[in-house]
Design a protein around this ligand. Structure first.
Ligand SMILES: Cc1cc2nc3c(=O)[nH]c(=O)nc-3n(C[C@H](O)[C@H](O)[C@H](O)COP(=O)(O)O)c2cc1C
Ligand SMILES: Nc1ncnc2c1ncn2[C@@H]1O[C@H](COP(=O)(O)OP(=O)(O)OP(=O)(O)O)[C@@H](O)[C@H]1O
Length: 307
């Protein structure tokens, strides 16, 4: 996959899907399928999105947490077989382009769009004033074909990144997975913890997770782990480890079942399948250890049922 992160590009004969694509959820996947289909007609499949949350530029909101990091999003799109990913810098100047200028100067001139794929409610350009009507108006003159995809629903409501954020925020991993079309995951490098885990017979891998990644509530989750091409299961704690720590720094750590390898510095993808219990402060490390053994037992039984 070609990966563009600047405004300096020039393509020809492309089929492009447009949007923020925060969750690359099941609705977004319909748009990806449409652009992929166009490869049969000799067009390159393109996802056109932005290099940062749009609200960061528009409202200066620096606290906004994202479902996926850019790297995670890139990996997902690569796996779907998209030819070109454009993460256009979402600067104030770019955000101020009128819908017509965005269509002519960016989509037609630079992206080389022959097919444009959007959802029914797609809005773009200065103050989000552009809609599919603007795209329809210039279709003939600019020589592209517009494909408008109906909003995909689940349980009678539109699937949206906003809805997925709400599921994640309440720890409903099953609902988040159903909306995403894949399990929610955390990917990150394995870093050193306090090395206490091993002494209480519950060794864990600690993942480095950026502060802007949207994590579900602190607590214990049954998880599925991808390491190289291998799949394992485990139990993951998200939180501050209040029994042994006094900081507010959040960590994601996983006890992988039947696994004993040194993986420091390597990357793992941990899918969170099911919320089990909230994180709590125990009166002693022994009490914590007793609970961890129970958590592991719960995790193993859960996995036995779904495998
Ligand atoms: C499944 C699981 C559940 C955990 N639950 C809690 C908890 O409820 N409270 C807590 O303080 N720490 C919890 N922890 C974190 C442990 O305190 C931590 O794994 C242990 O202190 C070792 O940390 P280290 O890897 O930094 O040495 C949990 C860890 C795991 C793997
Ligand atoms: N459920 C859906 N079905 C089909 N297309 C969708 C769906 N949701 C969004 N789209 C389309 O996918 C593109 C990207 O959507 P975008 O990421 O901007 O918004 P969203 O997923 O609705 O999230 P948000 O909740 O942040 O508005 C747009 O063209 C949009 O119309």
């Amino acid at each position: 996959m070609e990966y563009i992160t600047s405004s300096d590009f020039h393509f020809k004969n492309t089929a492009v899907a447009l949007g923020k694509f925060e969750g690359i959820h099941r609705g977004h996947q319909l748009l990806m399928d449409e652009v992929k289909k166009q490869e049969l007609h000799g067009l390159q499949s393109v996802v056109f999105t932005f290099d940062r949350p749009t609200r960061l530029t528009l409202t200066g909101d620096t606290k906004y947490k994202q479902i996926y990091t850019k790297e995670e999003r890139k990996t997902i799109l690569e796996k779907r077989g998209i030819n070109i990913l454009i993460e256009h810098p979402f600067t104030k100047e770019f955000a101020a382009l009128t819908p017509e200028r965005f269509i002519r100067e960016v989509l037609v001139e630079k992206v080389g769009a022959k097919v444009i794929v959007v959802g029914t409610d797609f809005h773009f350009g200065k103050n989000r004033s552009g809609s599919i009507l603007d795209l329809e108006k210039l279709e003939e003159e600019c020589g592209y074909h517009l494909i408008v995809v109906e909003k995909l629903q689940l349980d009678g409501k539109d699937i949206s990144s906003t809805r997925i954020r709400a599921s994640l925020e309440k720890g409903d991993m099953e609902e988040a997975s159903a909306l995403l079309g894949r399990n929610y995951s955390v990917s990150g490098e394995i870093i050193h913890g306090n090395a206490l885990g091993r002494t209480i017979q519950v060794p864990t891998i600690n993942q480095k997770v950026p502060s802007f990644k949207l994590l579900p509530p602190n607590g214990v989750y049954v998880s599925k782990i991808h390491w190289n091409d291998e799949v394992y299961y485990g139990i993951t704690n998200i939180g501050t480890k209040p029994t042994v720590n006094d900081t507010s720094e959040k960590t994601v750590e996983t006890n992988i079942f039947d696994f004993d390898k040194d993986v420091y510095g390597e990357k793992m993808v941990v899918e969170l399948l099911h919320y089990h219990r909230k994180e709590s402060r125990f009166s002693s490390v022994e009490a914590l250890q007793t609970q961890l053994f129970k958590d592991i037992e719960f995790g193993k039984q859960f996995v036995a049922k779904i495998r």
